[in-house]
Structures are given as structure tokens and as C-alpha cells.
Write a new protein. Structure first.
Lengths: 698, 698
């Protein structure tokens, strides 16, 4: 269906006019001027001809079949026009008009009406609040914005989808500026019917599309997005995304802009990592990365070669590469030997300054060094930073030819502004990707190296762990709302995660007896659903050595809580063994509105808060995935052992992550959040123990 | 002197030729073609005329005075030509030729010869291994590179200095591309004589220069750089620097490129922060930031307004702003009220999407919103991200006019590529700064906000602390080399930093008696200059409760050290009180080759290593500076108290930093490095204690 809409044989413009100050006038003008080869149907009740084409008073008068129609009519006529489209069997309708869900509840009602009409007739809607689409291969610009319809439209193999029409204009222009072309570029606005994933799936199957560049504000259906990403991966088509809403400020804007709920960005990032989606910082860079990936594919490693005719430029590039966490490759002996024939012994070979050589073969070395470095088996991708140099134009052209003759990604950075405009024109003509600023070179390399790494990871073998209890039954017994520590731990225990020996007692019961049974020393904790941070309220006493100490501690806790959390109901006390471990960690889960159950792990105590050093993944996860999450923590050396510190039980921790992920996956939306915090991690082979836990059931 | 050289009345080109394939031919051609108005003296033994100007067989034949000469002769004639320049009283000589100190020791010898000749004659040298300079105000291009001599050269108020000629070409071109101009741009190469700071000082005094953009690889004299930076600050001229050599890969390159030793980059960063030098990531961005600062000055706060006609673009911008650690301002009520007249209630006001308004005043609101937001007292700087929109060209032009009519920095980001080329041309004509990528907008804003903050900090009142002993006398007694813990602590104690009670004993002496005197429990540590990490070698035993435990521990330590550090000589044992505290911190000092004594502080134990969370400053520091260093640590909340944690003794820690900084400053290059690690920090009012220390004296 979408194929027919995006590759129509016939196009109608309802509200077409010869006046390009009107929006229906611009739409029909672009269709006609670009030379669309299919049937063009202008509809206007008061004109017999528009832009030299016979016009019809109504769509019915024109007669079908019509593949796609643009509704360029005042808002009040949108719904009736849509009904008319339905009657003549139009397949797809573009609603450019704004003032729908993005302005609030009342607009949402109007939008839902449109969708209802469309569904009734089997019409698919693009928009509302969008700018239409272009298909340069058909010379078709179905848009009201001149910015989307440059002449000529850049024909090529990048599929573009954007929730923002204006951002799409920038993506198309930037594509053209760097010599990239577009298969189809679609602006999808409020996604009332056809949504981002419809277009991703279209591009995954479209033979003209080699890579996909997306600007997204919010995903309507996380699971579907994952499915679409997998389809792209199976089709061998890189999916590159820039997504706004990463911060609260950005998120508030996306809501008012295209009625998008941004969702938790760290979860989106985790999904991109696990599903091999190439994530970049901004929409223009998405186009650049998609272009590089379409031409060269993904790097098959992380070793970079960095070179420039200018020593200054290559020094800047090397600093930026290293600071971005990228790796400069160690060259093989044969590459080194070949380079050393021409490069003075005082110069490093990678990063390489190849300018100013005292040889009559200077031009050849300047151009061929790119190929020599790329051919090195240790090099996965190349950053060549152009700079002012003799015959720079001829060199840039030759670099483009050499780059395109190979399979490994080459990022040409043309930083010296208009000084290398001639080189840009040559690269555009060749179809060789380039960028204009070092930021883009580094950003593209960082993104494609990560993408290549994601592609090489094998799909995990996710299996339900053994000795995993009936957590649903436990949850049923617990009911809903905020759980007490003891209740939360009963879920953990059912999932097979070790918890402290403990007993909960009513305020009037004998705490000392319970303590004696557990064995001294013990900890005593207040039980109160109104006290979410027990320590802050003075509700925890530890290291209680005997019965007397336990009774005294209970009194202290009562006083503290009465003072610091007035009104909190003390339901009882939790008597607990004093557990020991080497390191505090947090293992938790969240229910994400877009993607569902998510498991997380981080270094415990204050470090998660201060440093945000956590790793996330969609639940459930496999043991190998859990280990990879641990390895990706900045604090991993604290677990893995470093500078004389003991190696801790990473296997036990990975197992706890797996179990908590299954707990979250099995309870689904019932488990809103779960935190086992702290979990005390012990030395390798000695396991771990969860000392405290919090949970909220729906 | 430098003024006369950079603004010469007469210019000689030794080796001038009419053949522009020759380097002397290009130099004279650029001088003539740009229309330099002063005296032009081509020197060529075998021509009577070059480029239509009478040539002389020798400089002596031409006769003086000559302000500046370029030596465009083969390497073997450089020294004799320089001698000849000396004889006729040339003030400055440019040596473009390479193959000097940057190729190693032998080249350094040849370079030193040139300097000796120059000194003998009172000549100042630019280069060698440089590309000369341009002075667009005099229409003078003294360079062999066409890239430095675009026609017309961009005349303006940014002073440019670069160690790399090729990078300078890119800076000049990027300046021209964004409508900025140059007062003088000088490429300084190996800085054999005239160095970076000579040019900074020149620009600080030059009435045509309003801001300074620098690409540096290494500083020859850190103290002089600080002096030059202060001179710029006093002159009210922003000094913007991009420096390579931040990483080891970059540093190796700068050495082979312009014979520059990069020095420790974190120290350079600390100097820039303290001396109000605006630090940016790359040379092109240095020009952009210098342009913004020249037009608008520095922001007087950190509150940003972010706006765009496009909801998508402003969402991307807002995310980037927040992720860069910048702050979006809370608007005042009156600004909000004014905006709300036109902006629908569902949209936030800052960041602001001002496109697609349903008002007949849409154009006015689209253009004037910039001025309204800038006028808000809570707004210190504005980021306006252009996007495809109706009448975008007219809007961009108007934004430029509004921006230039005010005093607060406005960064116009023109991301939609060639779609807004017309707007670019208008902004260039207006002289209004702009950038083309969001990265540059964010990078410039981050840099100028930090720069503004640095300008507002008052100069610290650095005073020698009371009760600070004669550390030089202590150092004299200790001699040189790696100190033992006990020796290092004697320096700390002399500086007035509390250290553990302890006694060092020879292997044969009675450890138990020493322990009894200190009071049980004690710690026992091996004393051996060969063991740098005592714990790793099993050379530390703690919590020894009685004499028996002390004797057993000594035996264990002997065994451990014999096994793990074979060959290490055990000089004795250190018997030490068991000290307590809430948090481990490190306070240290380093002797930096460029800047001298540096003091550092970080969270102790593994976190400095893992997270690199340290703060540096040149020694000595004032108490207020030391407190500011603590506040800038990522781990500051661990010291300042957070989530029920106690507030620790930040005053005592600041005092220790001050004392260590004075220790480092007074010992100067004798103290190569000092680490008090760990220092146990206690609760507010309870002080701290240094438990271990290492030091190396020269």
C-alpha cells in the first residue's frame, strides 16, 4: 500500500490553484514543474485549468484510480474532502494542515475523526501537521514547501523520514550539498495513521534504498520499532537515527511540536545499541552517516587510520579521535615499511602527516597513502583531513576515487571552508561522501564504529533461568502500590536472587526473639509505606549485638521517624542479618512506556546518582548480555579487579541481572519499578546478597 | 619592533623571480598583485626586473631601510642571506624553509645558527618552517602559499597566530566564509626566535585587533603565556585558543611537526580557566568564537535563550544545549507575557518554537522574538537556529540586524546547508557572526560562557599560610630521589598538613615498643625505596591490636615483599596509628615543564584512576581557589553532604590544598611530584589526616 502511495501513477491535489501564494497553488506548481510523469489531477470547484492542466470541480468528477491525494483546502473542508477521497478509492492522503493533536486534547479529537474516516474507507493518511514527501526518482514533489523541492531534487539511495518537515528540508539540502541523494524523503508530522515504522519497513524492502536516515521525536510503538530495525538489519540496510527529546527541555518541545511523547532516552539508546541502529547527534549528521554507510558499509573493527597533508590538522584530528574514545590502529609491518620509504623517521606513521615530503614522488605519496593505510588489515576505517596544500584540488579528487575503489569506510573531512570548494564539487560529481567540519568527521566515525560493533555481536540466547519461581503468584498475593522492603524481597527471592535472612514483626511483637533466631548482630529497619528513604528518616539501626541493643534501637527508630517523617504509619520492624560484601551495586527494573520491561545495573550508593554510571537493556537478557552490561560500566574495574583489588563475583551479579530481567519481563506492566539496592557483591565464587529492595506494583 | 615588521613600509624578497612555479616567484607575485603600497624590493642576482619592478642583484645594492625580508633562497643560502640582511639593517626576516628543529637534533643545530646570526645583527626571525604572514589592512601578503592570500584578503579585527601554516589557511578561509576579517594573520612555525607570545602581546596592543584566535602546538614559556593572557584581559581583548597535543597521539605529532613539546594538557586547561583564556576544540572554531566575542563581548551569565522557527530544530538544539552542560534561562514574567500574546499555550517559551503562528503578525514575531528574549535580564546569550521557513532569507537578514543592535552574544546557527546561502551572504555583508553546524553553535556557546565566567572571577588573594615551616630546610636534609613515606610526610608536616603519628624503625629494632608508644591498634608498613605500591607488594598490615600481632605482621610483610618484589631492600618498618575518616581524597603536586608548580586534588582510592575526576591549579593557590577546585569535582557532593550523608570538612581540605601548593611553589623544580594519598577527610570541623605520601625530589 505504502509503495503505491510513495510511487504513485496518479496524483490529485484537492484545492489546486494557479496562485502560488496559496498553499494548494504551490503544491500543484511543484508537481507540474518537476515534471512528474504520471497522471496529475488538480481539483478546484471554480477553475477549469490549473497550471496548464485540466482541472476538475471535484475528485468524483475526475474519476479514479487516484493513488495519492494532497488536501490543500481550509481546515473545515479537510474531513469532507477525505470522505470524497474515500468514495473514489484514493489509496493515500496527505494532510499538511496543522492544528491537530499537537495543540492539545481538542485537536486530538479532530485528528481522531480524520483517522476514523480514513479507516472507514481504507485510506492511509500521512500527517496531519506534515510537509508531504518527495520521490526524486519519479520527479515527484508532493509538498507545499519549496525547501523540500530543490531543483533538481537529489536522486539517490538514502531513504529519509522526519517528524519535522523543516528538519527534513535541512536533511535534503545537506544531502545534496555533500553529493548524497534521496530515494524517498517523507515528512510524517503527527503520525496519526502512517507512522515512522511504516516508512522504515518500506525502505527496508525498497530496492532503490541502501541506507535510511531518520529524525524522530517520539516512537509510537517501541516493539514495532525493534521489528523494523531488525528488518533493516536483515536487509543489510543501515538505519541511522537522530532523536530529540533526550532531555526534559527537548522532550517538552517534541510534545508541543508533533504531539510526541519522547520516552526515556537512555532506554532508546540501549535499544539502538542492541538492535544495531546507528545513533547520531543531529539530523544533518544522520544524512552524512547514512551516506558513508551506503557507500562503504560498516567498519569491521575499531582501528582507525588518521592522515592529512597538514601536521597541524592531523594533530587536531588525532586529539579529537582519541578524546571521542576511538582507537588509532597499530599499522602492520608491511604498511609501515611502505610508508617509511617516503616519510621522514621523525614523523609517526599513524596518525600520518604526509605533506611537505622531500621526494619527487610527493604527489603520488600524498594521494596513494590513503589506499596504503586502508589496505592495512589493522585498519577498519580512515579519517583523511584535507588541508591547504599544493595541488589540493587534484588531490581531493584522487582521494575520492581511491576511497570509492575500496570497501572500508573513508571519511573525508574538508575543514578549510571555501578553499576546497573545487574539491567538494569533484567529490559530489564522484558521489564520494565528505563532511565539512571535524565534529562531523568524529561524530560519523564514532557512530559507524559503534554500529559496526553492534552488527558483529551475535544475537543472545535468552533463556529462562533455572530455579526461577512463580513470581506472578507472589505478585498476586502482594496486590498493588508501593511494597515494603520485605514484600519486595519476596519477589527477589522467588526470582532466585539471594536476600538477607530477616523477619518482619508488628510493633508490638517480640523483636529480640526474632533477632536471636536470626543470630546477632542484626540490623533493625522501620516498616512504613510512607517512608521511602529509611536511612534519611533515621529508620535504620545496624550492628545490634544483643537483645538489649535491639530494644533500644526500636525506640530510637520510633523517635526518629516520628520527628523526621511525621504522620508516617509504622507498620512494624524488619529484623535482618548483618550482611557483608566488597562492593555495593544496584540492580533494578523499570517499565518503559515505549519499550516495556527494562533491566538496569549500576555501582551502588552515591555513585549511580553522582555519575549516572548505569547500563540498561530490554528485559529479559541473557547471561552474556548481562556480563557485557557490567563490562560497559565505567566502574567495571571495581568488579573485575584492578591494582591489587580482589576480583568480585561478576557471574553471580550477571545471574542476578538475568533473574531481575525475567522478573520484570514476566510481571510486565504490573511491575512499574524495582530496585535491589544495595546488593552486596562478594569475591569471585562467593556470590552476592540483596540487602534492601523497593518496588512499585501497578 | 614587531609592529614595524608586521606593518612594514618596505619589503624585500630575497630570491624573487618572475616564475611562480618557484617559491620566491610566488612570494613576490602575491606582494605585487595584492597592491601593497610600500616599497617592494625584489632581490635576484640574475634579473634586472621582477613582476615589473626593478630588481637588485643583492640586498646591499638595493640599500635600506628594509623593514622585513623574506628569504626565498635554497637552504644553503639561508644563513649567508641572513648575514646580508643584518648588514643593511633589516628589522625582521621570514624563513619559510623547513628542515630545521622539526626534523631532529641536526636540524636544531642549523636552526640555532640562524638564531645566532639574527641575534648578532639585532634581527627578529619569523619561522623557520612557517608560511609567513598577511596584513590585509596594508594589502600585504608575505607568504608562499596562495591559500593565505585569498583575493581580497578578509580585512577585519581578528588577530590570528598559528604554528601551522596550513591550519592558518583554514582559519583565514573560515573567517572569510563567515564574514569575519583579519587584522594580521601570522604563521610562526618552529618559533626559533619570535614566538607565540610576541604575537599575542602585539595584538593586545594593536588598535585594529579586537579579538585573537590562536592555533598552538606547544608553549615555549608558560609564565610568559600567562603574562600575555593577562595583557589581553587588561586590554579587554578575548584570547581564543585551540591547542593540539591534548593526547599522546596528538603530542607526538606536534613534536615532529613544529618541534613543539606539548606539555601536560590538563595543566594548560587549568591555566586557561584561571587566566580567562577561551579554549575551543579546533582552530576553525577559534575563529568563530573570536568573531562572536569581537562583535558582542562575553556573556555576563550562563542563562541561554534557544529559539528557532522549527519545532524539530529547536528540540535538537535544546537537547544539545543541556547535554553540553549549558543552562536554559527561566524567562522573566514580562518577557513571558509578551511572547504569550502570540505563542500558543501548549508551547514552551524557552526553548521557543516561533514558526507556524496563526497571526497576521507572524513575520514580526518571527523576527522580533530574538530581541525580546535577548532583552530578558535572565538571558545572557542567545542561540537562534535557522530552519526552512517562509521568507527565511528576509528573516535571517533581520535577525542579523537585531543581533548587531544589541550587546549580548547571539549565535546564529545556519544548519540547513545551501538552503540559506542567501542568508549567509546577507549576514556576511552585515558583519554578523554565524555558524553552519549545531556543533559549532554549542561549542562556541560553551566556550564563551566559560570565558565570561572566568572574567567575572576576581583575582584570588594568594597568601602564605600561617604555621608554614621551613620546607626548604627539610628538603635539604632529605636530599634527592624517591622519598620514603616517612620522609615525604616530614615535608607535609613542615607545611602544616596533619599526618599520622608514626615511627620508622630499622628491621632489627623493636617494633612492638614503638607500637605501644603510639597506642594500639597500629598499622605496619614496609619501608623500601624499591617498592612504590606497598599494598600491591603485600607490604601493609593494618589493625594490629597487640605486640604479638605487630611481630607476626612484620614477618608476613617480609615474606610478601621477598616474594612479590624480589630484590627490594627492606630498609625498615613504619609503625603508624590507625587513622579514621569518612572519605579518602588525594592531594598532590607536579612540576610541569611549561607552567611550573601545579597542585591537584581528587577523590581518593580508585576513583581518580577510573574516573579521572581531578582538579588542577598553578601553585600557590588561595583558600577560595582551593574551595572552588573542590566544588568543581564531580564527586563534590560526597564532600559537601548529600542524601543524608554528613558534610565533610571542606575547609580543612582546602587548607591542605593551599599548604601543598605552597610546598610545591617553594620547592619549585626540586619537587618533581608529591602525592598525599590517601588523606582521610572527616566531618565538618573535625579536620583530616594524611595517611600515606609519596614524593620525588630532583
Amino acid at each position: 500500500m505504502l509503495r503505491a502511495i510513495l510511487n504513485p501513477a496518479s496524483v490529485a491535489v484537492i484545492g489546486a490553484s494557479s496562485d502560488t501564494l496559496k498553499f494548494g497553488g504551490r503544491v500543484i506548481r511543484f508537481v507540474v514543474d518537476h515534471g512528474f510523469g504520471g497522471r496529475i489531477v488538480p481539483v478546484n470547484p471554480s477553475a477549469t485549468e490549473v497550471c496548464g492542466i485540466a482541472a476538475y470541480p471535484s475528485l468524483s468528477a475526475a474519476g479514479g484510480p487516484i493513488d495519492v491525494a494532497v488536501l490543500a483546502v481550509p481546515t473545515r473542508f479537510i474531513a469532507p474532502s477525505l470522505e470524497e477521497c474515500g468514495k473514489v478509492g484514493v489509496k493515500g492522503v496527505i494532510v499538511i494542515t496543522a492544528d491537530y493533536a499537537e495543540v492539545g486534547a481538542e485537536g486530538k479529537v479532530r485528528q481522531d475523526e480524520l483517522v476514523a474516516i480514513a479507516r472507514r474507507h481504507g485510506i492511509r493518511l500521512i500527517g496531519p501537521n506534515c510537509l508531504g514527501f518527495i520521490n526524486p526518482h519519479l520527479a515527484l514533489a508532493l509538498t507545499s514547501s519549496v525547501a523540500l523541492a530543490p531543483k533538481p531534487m537529489p536522486k539517490g539511495d538514502i531513504g529519509i523520514v522526519s517528524q519535522s518537515g523543516s528538519v527534513m528540508a535541512s536533511m535534503i539540502t545537506n544531502a545534496r550539498d555533500v553529493g548524497a541523494g534521496v530515494s524517498v524523503a517523507a515528512s510524517i508530522g503527527n503520525q496519526a495513521d502512517l507512522e515512522l515504522c511504516d516508512f522504515i519497513e518500506y525502505f527496508a524492502d525498497d530496492p532503490l534504498t541502501r541506507s535510511i536516515a531518520i529524525y524522530a521525536e517520539g516512537l509510537l510503538d517501541g516493539k514495532r520499532f525493534i521489528g523494523a530495525a531488525r528488518r533493516c538489519r536483515e536487509a543489510g540496510k543501515p538505519l541511522v537515527i537522530a532523536k530529540s527529546g533526550a532531555t526534559e527541555a527537548g522532550s517538552r518541545l517534541t510534545q508541543s511540536h508533533t504531539a510526541s511523547l519522547a520516552g526515556a532516552h537512555p532506554v532508546f539508546e540501549a535499544v539502538c545499541r542492541d538492535e544495531a541502529v546507528c545513533l547520531v547527534d543531529d539530523p544533518e549528521r544522520a544524512v552524512m552517516a547514512a551516506h558513508v554507510l551506503a557507500r562503504f558499509g560498516a567498519p569491521d573493527g575499531d582501528g582507525l587510520a588518521v592522515l592529512s597533508p597538514s601536521g597541524g590538522t592531523v594533530a587536531v584530528a588525532a586529539d579529537r579521535v582519541i578524546r571521542a574514545g576511538l582507537r588509532i590502529a597499530e599499522l602492520s609491518a608491511s604498511t609501515a615499511a611502505r610508508l617509511r620509504q617516503y616519510i621522514p623517521p621523525t614523523r609517526p606513521l599513524n596518525p600520518l602527516e604526509f605533506g611537505g615530503l622531500a621526494t619527487d614522488k610527493s604527489f603520488e605519496v600524498n594521494t596513494e597513502a590513503l589506499g596504503w593505510l586502508r589496505a592495512d588489515p589493522n585498519v577498519a576505517a580512515v579519517l583523511l583531513a584535507a588541508a591547504s596544500a599544493p595541488q589540493v584540488d587534484a588531490k581531493i579528487k584522487r582521494w575520492g576515487e581511491i576511497a570509492l575503489a575500496g570497501e572500508k569506510p573513508v571519511v573525508l573531512a574538508l575543514c578549510p571552508g571555501s578553499l576546497v570548494d573545487r574539491g567538494r564539487a569533484d567529490l559530489r560529481a564522484l558521489g564520494c561522501p565528505f563532511v565539512n567540519r571535524m565534529d562531523d568527521a568524529i561524530g560519523v566515525l564514532r557512530a559507524i564504529v559503534d554500529y559496526g560493533h553492534a552488527l558483529r555481536r551475535s544475537r543472545p540466547n535468552v533463556q529462562r533461568p533455572s530455579a526461577f519461581g512463580d513470581v506472578k503468584a507472589v505478585a498476586d498475593r502482594l496486590g498493588g502500590g508501593t511494597l515494603t522492603e520485605h514484600e519486595a524481597k519476596s519477589l527477589l527471592a522467588a526470582a532466585g536472587v539471594p536476600v538477607t535472612r530477616e523477619a518482619q514483626r508488628a510493633p508490638t511483637e517480640d523483636l529480640a526473639a526474632a533477632a536471636a533466631e536470626i543470630g546477632f548482630p542484626v540490623a533493625l529497619k522501620v516498616v512504613s509505606r510512607q517512608v521511602s528513604h529509611k536511612s534519611d528518616a533515621g529508620g535504620v539501626q545496624i550492628g545490634l549485638a544483643d537483645e538489649h541493643a535491639v530494644r533500644a534501637a526500636a525506640a530510637t527508630i520510633r523517635d526518629n521517624v516520628a520527628q523526621r517523617a511525621p504522620g508516617a504509619i509504622v507498620e512494624g520492624f524488619l529484623v535482618q542479618e548483618m550482611a557483608r560484601g566488597e562492593l555495593e551495586v544496584i540492580v533494578g527494573s523499570r517499565w518503559d512506556a515505549q519499550f516495556g520491561a527494562v533491566v538496569m545495573v549500576g555501582l551502588g550508593g552515591i555513585y549511580v546518582e553522582l555519575l549516572g554510571d548505569v547500563q540498561l537493556a530490554l528485559a529479559p537478557v541473557a547471561h552474556a548480555q548481562a556480563l557485557a552490561m557490567l563490562g560497559a560500566l565505567a566502574g567495571w574495574p571495581l568488579i573485575g579487579g584492578v591494582r591489587g583489588r580482589p576480583r568480585l563475583d561478576s557471574d553471580a551479579l550477571a545471574d542476578a541481572i538475568v533473574r531481575l530481567s525475567w522478573l520484570a519481563a514476566e510481571l510486565g506492566p504490573r511491575l512499574l519499578e524495582f530496585d535491589a539496592n544495595p546488593v552486596l557483591l562478594r569475591r569471585a565464587g562467593e556470590g552476592l546478597i540483596a540487602v534492601d529492595a523497593r518496588a512499585t506494583l501497578a
